[in-house]
Design a binder for this molecule. Sequence first.
Ligand code: HEC
Ligand code: HEC
Length: 308
Amino acid sequence: MKINKLYVSAIVMILLMLGFTYIAVGMDSKSAGGDIVNDLAILGAIVIFSATIIVAIKYVRQMQTDKATGKLAEDNWDGIGEYENELPIGWSIIFLGTIVWAFWYMLFGYPVNAYSQIGEYNKDVKISNAKFEKKYTNLTKTQLTNMGESIFIVDCAACHGLAADGLNGTAANLNKRIQVKSVEYVIEHGSDNHLSAHELATGMPVMSAGLTKKQIHTVAEYVSNGFDKSNKAGAKIFASTCASCHGADGYGTPYVAPNIHTFTPTLVAHIVGHGKHGGIGVMPAFKNLNPVQLKAVATYVTAISKGE
Ligand code: HEC
Ligand code: HEC
């Protein structure tokens, strides 16, 4: 009775698996006018499934009826003992073989410098970039700006908008250096976006200590509105709290703090190359642009931010 049940479930199993194979392959065979390859796949499936199930049944039955033999080891745990059987010779060979194969694979089978499609792609990109750079050296500012505009439309406009206005706050408005919201965010949270244009510079610490919410807003408006001299209160806070790093007019100090008065091509290229996160959101880094393209898009953004 037990064994019958086993066979029945085996047959159900085979039929199920064949059913799935038919759904995956067989449907196609009709639409493709009975492609013989699909029929062969079904045939292969029948053979593989039957063989697998027959072997599985053999071992299940063996487990049901077999008695273990051999010498029991001395130790036993609550009556459960262990036989002192030798490791099957086939297993030992496969185990040792796997170790040997692993070393072979590491050292010779897939050497680090071997051919790879990714390697070939990278090589081609390098060659193409070199060609590109050779062709487009010494571009005039107008040419750079034009190239930058094309890149901007492809890579940046999706977030910043064609008019670079930030699409209602989705991304930064690039027509001005910085928005009130972003300045406030940086004062309250600090910033570490590599804006200082060299890798070792540390970011800006949180600067809200000693400033009220209102003062933070006032100085943020001062910065955001192009260092608006009529905002006396803002100018005063800036001079006492920010100028030591950013310079009296916010044009930045090399190695200390970036220019927050205007965009410069270097600064924009750095933002594009590293990405940025802040009060508005997250901008990904653009590693796919080559140096000429980076310079072009940075020149373009710098130009529009000045309203040129
Ligand atoms: C200790 C020096 C230091 C002081 C003081 C300081 N900053 Fe900064 N600031 C930095 C550095 C460094 C960065 C660049 C951070 C980065 O790489 O993300 C920065 C970045 C900024 C930015 C971000 C620019 C951007 O494009 O996102 C703004 C805005 C800013 N600072 C405003 C201020 C204001 C306003 C004050 C005064 C309340 C101030 N900072 C005080 C060092 C300073
Ligand atoms: C996935 C959307 C997205 C794309 C694409 C994108 N940006 Fe941005 N960008 C942002 C966001 C969001 C911010 C604001 C980050 C923050 O909160 O300070 C930003 C900020 C900036 C800033 C800094 C503004 C500041 O206040 O310091 C510049 C410059 C900039 N982007 C230029 C570009 C250029 C050039 C491209 C195309 C190469 C580009 N971005 C592509 C989302 C994007």
